[in-house]
Design a protein around this ligand. Sequence first.
Ligand SMILES: [Zn+2]
Length: 183
Amino acid sequence: MTEPYSSRRDGMVVPPRTNVSINKLAAVVRDSFGLTGRKFFPIVELYELLDELVPGASFEVLEPHEMGDDHGLTRPDRGVISLRSDVYEGAFNGRPRDRFTMAHELGHLLMHRQVTLKRVDPAAPPKIYCNSEWQADKFSSYLLLPTHLIREYDSLELVAADFGVSYEAAQARRDDMKRVTKW
Ligand SMILES: [Zn+2]
C-alpha cells in the first residue's frame, strides 16, 4: 500500500511507540551528525543528507498548486518527502512552524517504513501512541528540543528564540517534560 502520510490529515494507525523510544530515535539522529549540543537544529541542511539516514531517501519541493493544503507529505515506502515550496523557503529562513513541519516529515520517514497502514477511524480512534501524526509530532519536538539542552531554561521565549521553534512548541515540550519523568 502506498498511502502517503500527510501532516494535514488525521493520521494512520501504526505500531505503538512510547515517548521514550521516540526520544531515543531523535537523539540517535542528533548524535549521528555530531549535533548533540546544537541548539538551533539545522533541519534544512540535514535534508541534504537524508540519504545517510535512510539509504535512497530524498526530498522534493513542490509548488502550492501541486501540494494543496499539505505542508509536507512523506511516502516512507518510496523514501520521498515532498515539501510545499513556501514551507521549504520558510524553514530556510528560520520560520518556526516550517522547521517543525520538516522535522515532523523526517519522523514519518524514519518511523513509518514497512508498517501496515490503516486509516484512523474517527468513530473508533486508536490509542494516541498508535497514531502516525502524534508520533511524528513527538519526534519533531524531541529532535528540535532535546531535554538536556532546554532543562536549564526558565524562559520559554528564550527557548523559542534559541532553538528556532514557536512559543507553543516550547511550551508543549516543557509540559511534556513535566509529565514524562523517566528518560
Ligand atoms: Zn504527518
